[in-house]
Ligand binder design. Structure first.
Ligand code: HEM
Ligand SMILES: [Cu+2]
Length: 601
């Protein structure tokens, strides 16, 4: 559909409750469904993190409350080894696939893309509804695995064979692992439906005047993210199905001959576990960018809005997003330096890994330049966006350290890696998601979130995040491994217990602080202060729609775009911003010539 032929009037029949809120085809409802379901999963993933921290802080201690919460996993209050490994695996799986991916693309992507490009909905609303409705079955299958014989999968979120391929290998290799694979396969189909929608919508449904180089960076980031998902996820889908065949169908894609369990030889031959590692990380590294590109986009818009300045280096920002997206397919081998790869190949992956740091650094410097001499408003969304910046830089720097094979061979699978990816991916992405929630909440629910609670939430989370994860670098230097049940059994690691206890206490504070957010979120949705249409003085199109926007988003006519998304503090304008819909004449005042230069976008 070309831009000029949008249906201008769109009469909506009155919908039943079911069609309106449950089986809805409205991108905003689907976005909120995705976000709320992700929130439930985040609570479950968080509880599992607390289980992990209880065991690591005080290995071998009995916690009566834990015993009554998880009678199977922690009989008598003592976390069992199998339940510990299942907690680690499910925490990682849930947080990466069922919280961050679903929240950022399914939640923010759905809600924001049509609004920010001036469309009435996604290109394929029915497919969009299907995408969401694959998510609950996937998560039910995943959570059901806690209750089956042997418990949930225990082989890590990376599911390396042979542990994940041989049902008899360990308790967590049984039915739990099969359900894990099935669940992931269902969820990947949901992601693919979503990606097709986001890509088509951005390419086809932009309103009049919204050229690609006038898109807000949030949309650029979500667009490239959708391309990454589309190219990367099918590889994991195929690999998961192959692994299911190995487990259930007698094939040997990933299991070599001669594996012994106890003294029993397994009946497999000819496979290679490294094949899984390649397939997994061919998805896995792009996946980490699926989780960080949308935050980069959202933070760009929130920083510019709260600094009241145009984003610095817009075209470089776009180019960096595209470059990161492309390069993310060429670096997966940096997860496999210890797999016995040829040193020359290791050097090649090191080189691509260091190159990908360049566009990330460009973005970081552009954000700093955007802040420079801005009239900064320290709103809650802004605090979380600044928090993102800090966490992303902290985690990014250790990425450069880990990218060197000689260093990584020592650090691999230690807590140094845990610290790295929690900063750069987990924390940074979650802080950006909080920034986005506080920022777009008024558009989602027509009410404001409480700023005072928001600031408490921010400071406790920010200090809690550093207190929890920063000391993990040191644990890694000391050689403490990841995914270890009782490190105190090793004499050289026993002395690390006090630091681990400190980390656990900090983690409990961090966890508790999130209840401030939950309270603020639900209380504000019901009785927060009513939001104006454009409470933050934003330039982008969503701030022109009513709060919350009706089904179809816009009145009888679609908005028309005349300028880029960053006309903050334009010289000579009446207000300190010009929305993208402001026609050039409105600003025909002294100083106009200067601004025109930027309108070329
Ligand atoms: C400057 C950019 C980055 C570099 C150079 C880098 C480098 C690395 C390296 C070399 C490892 C492997 C360490 C090991 O397993 O021993 C690693 C692990 C990891 N990185 Fe990064 N990284 C960067 C950015 C990111 C970003 C942006 C994310 C996510 C948004 C991310 C998420 C992860 C995750 C999840 C792991 C752990 C994988 C596992 O379970 O083994 N990294 N990183
Ligand atoms: Cu990677």
């Amino acid at each position: 559909m070309s831009h000029a032929t949008h249906p201008e009037v769109h009469v909506e029949p009155e919908l039943s409750f079911w069609r309106k809120y449950i089986f809805s085809q409205d991108h905003k409802v689907i976005g909120i469904q995705y976000a709320l379901t992700s929130l439930v999963m985040a609570v479950i993933g968080g509880i599992l993190a607390m289980v992990i921290r209880l065991q690591l802080g005080w290995p071998g201690t009995r916690w009566p409350l834990l015993g009554s919460l998880f009678p199977g996993g922690a009989p008598g209050g003592l976390v069992s080894p199998a339940f510990y490994l299942a907690s680690v695996t499910m925490h990682g799986t849930i947080m990466i696939f069922f919280v961050l991916t679903t929240l950022l693309t399914g939640g923010f992507g759905n809600f924001l893309i049509p609004l920010m490009i001036g469309a009435r909905d996604m290109a394929f609303p029915f497919l969009n509804m299907l995408s969401y409705w694959l998510y609950p079955p996937a998560l039910l299958v995943l959570l059901a695995s806690f209750f089956v014989e042997g418990g949930a999968a225990g082989g890590g979120w990376t599911a390396y064979p042979p542990l994940s391929a041989l049902p008899q290998a360990a308790p967590g290799s049984g039915l739990g692992q099969t359900l894990w694979l099935i669940s992931l396969a269902i969820l990947i189909v949901a992601f693919l439906f979503g990606s097709l929608n986001y890509i088509t919508t951005v390419l086809q449904l932009r309103t009049r005047g919204m050229s690609m180089l006038r898109l807000p960076l949030t949309v650029w980031a979500l667009f490239v993210t959708a391309l990454l998902s589309l190219f990367a996820f099918p590889v994991l889908l195929a690999a998961s199905i192959m692994l299911l065949f190995d487990r259930l169908g007698g094939t040997s894609f990933f299991v070599p001959a001669g594996v012994l369990i106890g003294s029993q030889a397994v009946d497999h031959r000819g496979g290679n576990p490294l094949l899984w590692q390649h397939l997994f990380w061919f998805l896995g590294h792009p996946e980490v960018y699926v989780l960080i590109l949308p935050p980069m986009g959202m933070v760009s818009d929130i920083l510019a809005n709260n600094a009241r300045k145009p984003i610095f280096g817009y075209r470089f920002m776009v180019a960096s997003i595209v470059a990161i997206g492309f390069l993310s397919f060429l670096v997966w081998g940096h997860h496999m330096y210890v797999s016995g790869m040829h040193p020359l190949l290791g050097t090649a992956f090191m080189t691509t890994t260091l190159i990908i740091a360049v566009p990330s650094a460009i973005k970081t410097f552009n954000w700093l330049a955007t802040l420079y001499r801005g009239r900064i408003r320290f709103t809650t969304p802004m605090l979380f966006a600044l928090g993102f910046l800090s966490l992303f830089v902290t985690g990014g720097l250790t990425g450069i350290v880990l990218g060197q094979p000689p260093v990584d061979i020592y650090m691999h699978d230690t807590f140094f890696v845990v610290a790295h990816f929690h900063f750069v991916m987990g924390l940074a992405a979650i802080f950006a998601a909080f920034a986005g929630t506080y920022y777009w909440f008024p558009k989602m629910f027509g009410r404001m979130m409480d700023e005072r609670l928001g600031k408490w939430h921010f400071w406790l989370s920010f200090v809690g995040a550093y207190a929890t994860f920063f000391p993990m670098h040191y644990l890694g230097f000391r050689g403490m491994m990841r995914r270890i049940y009782t490190y105190t059994l090793y004499e050289r690691l026993a002395g690390l217990q006090p630091i681990n206890a400190f980390i656990s206490v900090a983690a409990f504070v961090l966890f508790a602080a999130q209840f401030i957010f939950l309270y603020n979120f639900f209380a504000s949705a019901v009785r927060g202060r009513r939001a104006e249409v454009n409470p933050w003085g934003g330039t982008t199109l969503e701030w022109q729609a009513p709060s919350p926007p009706p089904h179809g988003n816009w009145g009888p006519t679609l908005p028309t775009v005349y300028r880029w998304a960053y006309d903050y503090s334009p010289p000579g304008a009446r207000e300190d911003f010009l929305p993208q819909t402001a026609p050039p004449v409105e600003a025909a005042v002294p100083g106009d010539g200067q601004r025109r230069g930027r309108e070329g976008h």
